[in-house]
Design a protein around this ligand. Structure first.
Ligand SMILES: C[S@@+](CC[C@H](N)C(=O)[O-])C[C@H]1O[C@@H](n2cnc3c(N)ncnc32)[C@H](O)[C@@H]1O
Length: 286
């Protein structure tokens, strides 16, 4: 599907088929990146096992595999259990296996046999089993992932309040809080999780004079939910290199219409930290 300017682009980075690949393009070797600004000129990397694609490049909304590679290099060890509760085309499965990690993947609409059908709000996994959780959720309604009514991609992050005083996009954020709470349940104490997400902007279809569009600050909103469950470790800005946006009139439309195309994704890295209280803190009543 062609990315629409009002969605900020359909792909999550370099995008399906969106690698900057001329005839002489060679993917640079992956190295652990030292700063909080991450960029790589391809959606996929060449693994030591010879695999050149992770996940499915034709899956709309696939995560750039090198982002997951960076995370697993830093926050996991061989044989750790990695969990992806919204696995899509299975990018996390392929990267985890490349790196010798065990992995469990779930999705409402599994695309391959090694993804289990489950709602990310109710995972069939015991508490405290995961060494690392990666999640790349729907960013509001910009991609139609499946016909399953429970798909969080059917919930509009810009939905107007139902009652005066209710927040905008309440159903989307409540559903995502349930996902985050479930991630907290399955993650071991003192281990890490990462959530990859973008804000969204949609052209307004209302009356002239109401403004060009509606901005959905999904990143900041979800970071605030994450903070209720986890300790922040860092925030990374991942440069999106959606080659499709180089074509057509997207750039012209953004300048003339005075709106922005999405140039980056947030990567929120969080840690589950639960400290058992030191018994010496308790005073014994005589
Ligand atoms: C952005 S995609 C994930 C992309 C994936 N990381 C990849 O690289 O292919 C989001 C996924 O969330 C799934 N999803 C949406 N609502 C869900 C829910 N309630 N439980 C589980 N999966 C859900 C969709 O089916 C979709 O596959």
């Amino acid at each position: 599907m062609t990315p629409r300017a009002d969605r900020g682009g359909a792909s999550r980075g370099t995008g399906p088929g969106g690698d900057r690949q001329g005839p002489r393009f060679r993917k640079p070797p992956l190295r652990v990146l030292p700063t909080t600004l991450w960029e790589y000129p391809s959606q996929h990397y060449n693994s030591e096992s010879g695999r050149e694609i992770q996940g499915d490049p034709s899956f709309e909304g696939a995560t750039p595999s090198w982002v997951i590679w960076q995370l697993l290099q830093r926050y996991t060890r061989p044989n750790d259990l990695v969990v992806d509760p919204m696995a899509g085309s299975g990018t996390t499965l392929d990267v985890a296996r490349d790196l010798g990690r065990r992995v469990l993947a779930y999705d409402l609409a599994p695309t391959r046999p090694d993804i289990f059908r489950a709602d990310a709000r109710e995972l069939p996994l015991e508490s405290g089993k995961a060494d690392f959780v990666f999640v790349d959720p729907p960013y509001s309604t910009h991609i139609n992932y499946s016909g399953d009514a429970r798909c969080i991609g059917k919930l509009d992050a810009a939905a107007p309040p139902e009652q005066p005083g209710d927040p905008t996009g309440q159903a989307y954020y409540e559903a995502m809080e349930e996902v985050i709470s479930e991630i907290h349940r399955v993650l071991k104490n003192r281990r890490y999780m990462a959530l990859y997400v973008s804000d969204s902007w949609r052209k307004r279809r209302g009356e002239p004079g109401e403004g060009a569009g509606v901005f959905m600050p999904i990143g900041f909103e979800l970071f605030s939910v994450l903070r209720d469950y986890f300790t922040p470790v860092d925030v990374v800005c991942v440069v999106r290199q959606n080659a499709k946006l180089e074509r057509g009139n997207y750039r012209k439309a953004a300048v003339e219409g005075n709106f922005f195309l999405r140039g980056f994704n947030y990567l929120f890295i969080m840690k589950r930290v639960e400290t058992a209280r030191d018994p010496s803190e308790f005073t014994i009543e005589e």
